[in-house]
Design a protein around this ligand. Structure first.
Ligand code: IDP
Ligand code: MG
Length: 139
């Protein structure tokens, strides 16, 4: 299992607000290399599958609606210790609890609309990356 890759999505709110460039700048400045990237839109079935672990949570319907309402930027990122370092870069799920300078502190509106996704384990990074990208589109 690779420990040097993670998967991210710049969520619909980031795309709507024109924050793609600023967020990618933060990602690059933190030393992550982009090895796959695309603008794409998840279907309702895609979002239900991607977030299946949360299907019993009260916010699941809201989450699926949010994540499918417009395009996202999906990307696979490479760096030593990628999963942990990227979670540090994006900050806490709730932007009110996110550290100063983190992507969620800067760009997230709320715990629901929180700007970016970051994988929470090497195993999930591999599963989530493969969900969005074929091998030939990953460099
Ligand atoms: P994470 O994205 O920081 O890993 P998770 O707990 O895995 O956070 O939740 C997945 C996503 O579900 C969050 O990024 C956020 O968009 C949404 N979410 C989490 N908790 C809530 C909540 O309490 N209300 C509304 N949406 C939530
Ligand atoms: Mg999570």
């Amino acid at each position: 299992m690779r420990t040097d890759r993670t998967f991210t999505m710049l969520k619909p709110d980031s795309v709507e607000k024109g924050h793609i460039g600023a967020i990618l700048e933060k990602i690059n400045a933190a030393g992550f290399k982009i090895v796959a990237m695309k603008l794409t839109q998840m279907t309702v079935d895609d979002a239900k599958e991607f977030y299946a672990i949360h299907k019993e949570r009260p916010f699941f319907g809201e989450l699926v609606e949010y994540m499918t309402r417009g395009p996202i930027v999906a990307a696979i990122l490479e760096k030593d210790n990628a999963v942990e370092d990227f979670r540090t870069l994006i900050g806490a799920t709730n932007p009110e609890e996110a550290a100063e300078g983190t992507i969620r502190k800067l760009y997230a509106a709320s715990i629901g609309e929180n700007a970016v996704h970051g994988s929470d384990s090497d195993e999930n990074a591999a599963i989530e990356g493969a969900f969005h990208f074929a091998g030939r589109d990953t460099f």
